[in-house]
Design a protein around this ligand. Sequence first.
Ligand SMILES: CC(C)(COP(=O)(O)OP(=O)(O)OC[C@H]1O[C@@H](n2cnc3c(N)ncnc32)[C@H](O)[C@@H]1OP(=O)(O)O)[C@@H](O)C(=O)NCCC(=O)NCCS
Length: 424
Amino acid sequence: MKALDGIKVLDFTHVQSGPTCTQLLAWFGADVIKVERPGVGDATRKQLIDVPGADSLYFTMLNHNKRSIELNSKNETGKEVLTRLIEECDVLVENFAPGALDRMGFSWERIQEINPRIIMASIKGFGPGKYEDCKVYENVAQCAGGSASTTGFLDGPPLVTGAQIGDSGTGLHLCLGIVTALFQREKSGRGQKVSCAMQDSVLNLARVKLRDQQRLAAGPLKEYSQFGEGVPFGEATPRAGNDSGGGQPGRILKCKGWEQDPNAYTYFIIQAAVWEKVCDVIGRPEWKTQEGYAKPPERLDKLNEIFSTIEEWTMTRTKFEVMEICNPHDIPVGPILSMKEISEDEGLYATGTMVRVDHPERGEYLSVGCPIKLSDSDVEVTRSPLLGEHTSEILSDVLGYSGDDLDRVIGSGAVGEIKAEAAE
Ligand SMILES: CC(C)(COP(=O)(O)OP(=O)(O)OC[C@H]1O[C@@H](n2cnc3c(N)ncnc32)[C@H](O)[C@@H]1OP(=O)(O)O)[C@@H](O)C(=O)NCCC(=O)NCCS
């Protein structure tokens, strides 16, 4: 048994934010029915193509364990089929541009009329207010949510991060909202609307930077490198390079081989509790008792000197040796792992965090499996559906169309061309 067995999800999502959410629901056992425009489908199917003719990795890596039905929701028969899907499903998830669902004729009020138990979950770029009508993509959200202004180095421009905190981050937030609403429905019997704005989700993930914004009123942020460098603080939380976001100073330091390998670096945190061990490991035992170094607050104006000294030591070791030496002492360090190194880490495959998936059009590819582990609900990652692969079975098995009625729907052009079953 899977946690969400019996839950049907009408997946009206596309690109990354919404599909991240519905993929998690599918991994937890929901029957996720992806509704796609006939002949076109989710735009990402054909974005960043690496294998000509096959669905892209962009699409396959975000749409595992789902079924696909082609449906033109602007055609009259298409609207009829969509209405039947809304009747049958427990959850509808969408991330269209603002107003798109209303323009199709499916406002929240109408959806509730069709199925009062349904949970309708939406992602938009912004919440209600002056930007509510904007279309938004990942990096726009990173900028509008406060992340970009606080990422990068003090003397450089704002930076976006490689982690998709706007898209996948919002999908995660939405998923939590959906399962919470399902839980409430158990008691209330009613569905509800769940909304997540990408700006809000990024801001939630950048919470510590709003913390620092307020701390500025009390004086300089002493754990930021710029304090030790004597650079005055301005009105807003500054970019802090690779400084740690918590109270314990940390930096990215070069390791052996850094001249050739762009990822021969380690993160190194000088946590107060293990300072003496750090001093021993790097060969500076005198710092354990020396005035100006022995106590954490005294060290804050010397972080450049301290980390340069630690770096002289880390540069004599590989990033993995640094880890092996520091870990037994509980000194928090972390190698900078490249995507190549991660994709070759068999330990991650053993836990299901990385998976190898077979696909009829593209052969085997790698993907990230479910990062949330439930002890009583196993996840088996199966490939993403081909466009319209399940149109026929969804019409008949889920919606009960048969005989002349089924022929009528197929003949209307609302559901694209019915595909023969895909070869596995
Ligand atoms: C991501 C985004 C910018 C993409 O914009 P877009 O490619 O122009 O796509 P839209 O969502 O505007 O949809 C385009 C049209 O396709 C239509 N459409 C989608 N599926 C359809 C279907 N199955 N049948 C018929 N029409 C369909 C929509 O109704 C819309 O028509 P309209 O403009 O007449 O209302 C936009 O969807 C958005 O801002 N989404 C919310 C925020 C978000 O999730 N962003 C991150 C994405 S990773």
